[in-house]
Design a protein around this ligand. Structure first.
Ligand code: COA
Length: 261
């Protein structure tokens, strides 16, 4: 699976790690990187041995410094819309992968890089990480989901400030406003992400996937429909072998041995 020009991928112990690998361009996403990412996500979706995914960037300076600005220059009104739709489709594959995706943000997460992190389900940042939606400096707006996902995550007012000023914020500020879940020293970033991934892998994957689905739906449903969905997914869990094993193991005072079905 490791035949990509712009990505590295490794999978072990139920955890797949994707590294965006264009360090000389601060891991800016060019067309090939987006295409390869889409292809890799499709194959991970169908890989029964991979339960949790981590996305990070190569090197110590940058997660992803945005979409490749060189490729923006030839866009016009029509192709620009298609360009945004194409990027959104790739990031939708992350949000709807059906498996938890953790962003391990190791430096600049700007423009499309911030939007990539936003499409992940959990974000862990290193102390040197910097976040921003600087598109306005280029005469454009975020096009890979930033106007929608940033406002949903940190609130409309804060999202407006970031998107309208193009200012960068540091990791501590990102933590304060809820843009990231955790901030750790750069040297601890991958082991922190891996430990969290491993903890999720150790749970029953039927429950993990249905919880992911239910929480994901909060962006799209009203409370009444969301509660109805929650109740029916709770019912699905109760019909699973994992549920029988989880409750039995608790009562027998032992660790559950989930079979993920
Ligand atoms: N697209 C294409 N190339 C990019 C890039 C991007 N989004 N971000 C960085 N690069 C390239 C630079 O052009 C440079 O390439 P070169 O060595 O061939 O000239 C290389 O990555 C290193 O970047 P550089 O700007 O020299 O590093 P820096 O430490 O001085 O600055 C940043 C780092 C992130 C502040 C700066 O690169 C930057 O502002 N990047 C663009 C961020 C952005 O606007 N993203 C949103 C795009 S919609």
């Amino acid at each position: 699976m490791n035949t990509f020009q712009t990505l590295l991928y490794q999978s072990s112990n139920g955890i797949g790690t994707i590294t965006i690998n264009r360090p000389d361009k601060l891991n800016a996403l060019n067309a090939l990187a987006k295409q390869e990412l889409a292809q890799l996500l499709d194959s991970i979706k169908h890989d029964n041995d991979t339960h949790v995914v981590i996305i990070t960037g190569a090197g110590e300076k940058s997660f992803v410094a945005g979409t490749d600005i060189g490729e923006l220059t030839k866009l016009d009104a029509e192709s620009g819309k298609l360009f945004a739709v194409g990027g959104q489709e790739v990031f939708d594959r992350i949000e709807n992968l059906g498996k938890p995706v953790i962003a391990a943000i190791n430096g600049y997460a700007l423009g499309g890089g911030c939007e990539l992190a936003l499409a992940c389900h959990i974000r862990i940042a290193s102390e040197n990480a910097k976040f921003g939606q600087p598109e306005v400096n280029l005469g454009i707006i975020p096009g890979y989901g930033g106007t929608q996902r940033l406002a949903r995550l940190i609130g409309k007012g804060r999202a407006m400030e970031q998107i309208l000023t193009g200012d960068q914020i540091d990791a501590q500020e990102a933590l304060r406003i809820g843009l990231v879940n955790k901030v750790v020293p750069l040297a601890d970033l991958m082991k922190t992400a891996e430990a969290m991934a491993q903890k999720i892998v150790s749970k029953g994957q039927v429950a993990v996937r249905l919880a992911l689905k239910a929480v994901n739906m909060t962006d799209e449903t009203n409370l009444t429909d969301g509660l109805a969905l929650e109740a029916s997914l709770f019912g699905v869990c109760c019909g699973s072998e994992d549920f029988k094993e989880g409750t039995k193991a608790f009562l027998e005072k032992r660790k559950p041995n989930f079979q993920n079905r």
